[in-house]
Design a protein around this ligand. Structure first.
Ligand code: 3HC
Length: 291
């Protein structure tokens, strides 16, 4: 059965991007957040992104007008009740996610799947808070969601094959390329990406090279669209810190341990592009380019 109404929990950067992708391909979307302000920001960011997609020739302007109309923003969890499936994209906090999954289990007894966009929290831990572990899995999107083609489909210990097939088909419906991964911290991509990014942070922390030279090295030498420190800022240093912590907790390997500088930047509120300061400084309407 295909998914025509999608619930998205969390109206941050990832949740907004997932909502946009679903609305662009004609699905109806309900975005839930307990507070009005993030919903307002989400609506604005969707409109800006859709306008950008039109200006880049990725979306016809006639279709663009309908995209926003397909998205309902709500502060009531009960409004998710009519969704065929839900994707949770709230902050990387295991306690918050566990409680949410217990509530989603109650609110959506017929949902085809309950997915988490977590990058590192065990899906099994979230499934355990529901009465249908077979219909819980991970759907890990990449930032910026409207642009990045990949979705990691994370199969937890009790996820059924039917749920995996439904979720893979859903990802393809969104125009994404699903890859299958088991339920362990970091899945495929972050297990590879995080040690690389942390090596760059350590290199910078040790004063071995400037931030610009580290970034240019990988951009111009290896063809990466962004250098590692710019990418850290783009992902968000708070998000990366949480991912490192989970990976280190899971594997106890030094390459996953967050470097001391990262911790100090996070506690000082230097979270990267979104806070105006990370490894680089950003103007208020930053687009990802260092100031
Ligand atoms: N909707 C649809 N398409 C859009 C769009 C939008 N809103 N905005 C841009 N695009 C398209 C453009 O048309 C262009 O497509 P083309 O290559 O076919 O012409 C492409 O996206 C690139 O757009 P721009 O030219 O505007 O932007 P840049 O060239 O400056 O690229 C970037 C910006 C895509 C962010 C690029 O710098 C990039 O790929 N950076 C790396 C991002 C990355 O690594 N993300 C993964 C992070 S890890 C993660 O998310 C996991 C988490 O768990 C930590």
């Amino acid at each position: 059965m295909s998914i025509s109404v999608v619930g998205v929990v969390g109206a941050g950067f990832m949740g907004s991007g997932i909502a946009e992708c679903a609305a662009v391909v004609g699905k109806h979307v309900v975005v839930y957040e307990p507070d009005e302000r993030p919903l307002q920001r989400s609506r604005e960011s969707l409109e800006a992104s859709v306008a950008k997609a039109v200006s880049r020739g990725k979306l016809a302007s006639a279709d663009a007008e309908q995209v926003a109309d397909r998205v309902l923003y709500t502060t009531r969890l009960g409004d998710l009740g009519g969704a065929d499936a839900v994707i949770e994209a709230v902050t990387e906090d295991a306690r918050v996610k566990r409680e949410l999954f217990a509530r989603l289990d109650e609110e959506l007894p017929d949902a085809q799947f309950l997915a988490s966009n977590t990058s590192s929290i065990p899906i099994a831990e979230l499934a355990a808070r529901t009465s249908r572990r077979d219909r819980v899995l991970g759907l890990h999107f990449f930032s910026p969601v409207p642009v990045m083609k990949l979705v990691e489909v994370v199969t937890a210990i009790d996820t059924s094959e039917a749920t995996v097939s439904t979720a893979e088909a859903f990802a393809r419906d969104l125009g994404k390329h699903p890859i299958l991964t088991r339920d362990r911290s970091g899945f495929i991509v972050n297990m590879l990406l995080v040690p690389y990014l942390m090596a760059a942070v350590r290199m910078y922390e040790e004063g071995f090279a400037t931030r610009e030279d580290i970034d240019e090295g990988m951009r111009l030498g290896c063809g990466h669209p962004m250098g590692p420190l710019t990418l850290c800022d783009f992902i968000g240093l708070d998000v990366l810190y949480a991912v490192c912590d989970s990976l280190y907790e899971e594997f106890k390997r030094p390459e996953y341990a967050p470097p001391p500088l990262l911790k100090r930047m996070v506690v000082s509120g230097h979270h990267g592009r979104k806070s105006g300061r990370g490894f680089y400084e950003y103007a208020p309407a930053a687009t990802g380019a260092p100031a």
